[in-house]
Design a protein around this ligand. Structure first.
Ligand SMILES: *[C@@H]1O[C@H](CO)[C@@H](O)[C@H](O)[C@H]1NC(C)=O
Ligand SMILES: *[C@@H]1O[C@H](CO)[C@@H](O)[C@H](O)[C@H]1NC(C)=O
Length: 360
């Protein structure tokens, strides 16, 4: 499908999005025991891949086509879970978020505006109506990257990120006392080389902050990095050696092959789709839809799956280590090609079976 087709499809669905929040192309078709199985037949390939055991059959369809099938249950929609996206902020008025997104903090004391689209892409993979895993999660932007940022000052970069992580922990801890607290996931969709951390000299404080996040019962998903090198040499991913409760995610393509640029090795816990992923971007750009590749998008999918698992496993709500074990146990084994010494596991929600595919 050409981008223009995606664009017009998007524009067509905007009016309906302002009314009831039922995504287009989604229907409750099967009743399975007590839980409704919902099928979205307008999904990106990534959502089909994580909800099926079989590889994606394209039958001539392009990667960006929105005719793949995502199957989930109403228990997987992440309702009540807060996801802290530490990044560039979120375009919170994007209709794909149906009012579930807000920007909480900017470490730059600016207007909280998302200027890049990167944070909105992640938010879309986590929980947008059409491209997201958990379609009713609450998305919270924590802005730590800004065009205002002085790139010659790595210490300020690390300080901003660390401060953003701390803000997310404070928001998480403040919600714990609520009777209907459901848990939190923090998404770190970036990575910087070891040299930058060494030059900055304050990386140890960020590591301590991640230790605190895990100790305080917050699930943390981290992008492996996109340099095609050892993920242990990229941070925050490399902190997993000392903070094993965080989950480091590499990226695969539609053929279940590791992306060439996806960082690899012992610090990668598992892989998720990350090549040619359709998601949201700034609503004023290209109709608010963008196809892109990277471990930041793969990490977003894992974040969405964890948000869904929290509802089904109340005992793991505040147990990041137990949740990590569950996500790795459920993942598909021995399918991935090119894992290169770590994380030979492919994200899987555990939805039984495969979608019925009919081609004419
Ligand atoms: C999200 O959950 C609320 C409360 O249960 C419900 O009213 C709303 O319809 C749900 N929205 C979506 C998109 O499922
Ligand atoms: C974020 O970085 C800027 C420099 O670009 C710096 O002025 C500011 O103090 C930093 N904010 C925090 C909270 O560290």
């Amino acid at each position: 499908m050409k981008t223009s087709t995606i664009l017009s499809a998007f524009l067509l669905l905007q009016p309906s999005l302002t009314m009831p929040l039922q995504p287009r192309g989604i229907k409750n078709s099967l009743k399975c025991a007590k839980v409704n199985v919902i099928q979205q037949f307008t999904a990106p390939w990534s959502l089909q891949r994580i909800s099926a055991t079989a590889p994606v059959t394209q039958n001539g369809r392009a990667n960006e086509e929105l005719s793949y099938k995502y199957r989930y249950t109403e228990l997987d929609d992440g309702e009540g879970v807060e996801v802290y996206i530490v990044d560039t902020g979120i375009d919170v008025d994007h209709p794909e978020f149906g009012g579930r997104a807000r920007n909480a903090i900017s470490t730059f004391d600016d207007d909280l505006e998302e200027n890049s689209g990167h944070g909105t892409q992640i938010a879309g993979a986590v929980g947008s109506l059409h491209y997201g895993v958990a379609k009713n999660v609450s998305l919270v932007g924590i802005k730590v990257f800004s065009p205002l940022f002085d790139t010659k000052n790595p210490a300020a970069l690390i300080a901003n990120i660390t401060s953003g992580i701390e803000s997310a922990i404070l928001l998480h801890n403040a919600r714990k006392a609520n009777k209907n607290f459901k848990g939190s996931v923090m998404n770190l969709g970036f990575g910087f080389p070891k040299e930058l951390f060494e030059a900055a000299g304050n990386g140890g404080i960020m590591k301590k902050m991640l230790e605190k996040a895990v100790k305080d019962g917050m699930h943390v998903t981290v992008a492996a990095g996109d340099r095609g090198k050892d993920a242990c040499e990229v941070f925050p991913a490399g902190f997993v050696k000392d903070v094993p409760g965080i989950i480091v995610v590499g990226a695969t393509d539609v053929f279940d092959k590791r992306l060439k640029n996806s960082d690899f090795g012992a610090c990668v816990d598992l892989h998720a789709p990350g090549g040619d992923i359709v998601s949201t971007t700034l609503k004023g750009v290209n109709g608010g839809v963008k196809k892109d590749s990277g471990t930041f998008l793969a990490a977003g999918l894992v974040t969405g799956v964890i948000a869904g698992e929290i509802a089904k496993n109340a005992n793991l709500r505040m147990d990041p280590v137990g949740m990590k074990r569950l996500v790795k146990d459920k993942a598909l084994k021995g399918i991935l090609r090119g894992a290169e010494g770590g994380g030979d596991l492919l994200l899987y929600t555990g939805m039984p079976g495969n979608p019925y595919e009919e081609f004419v």
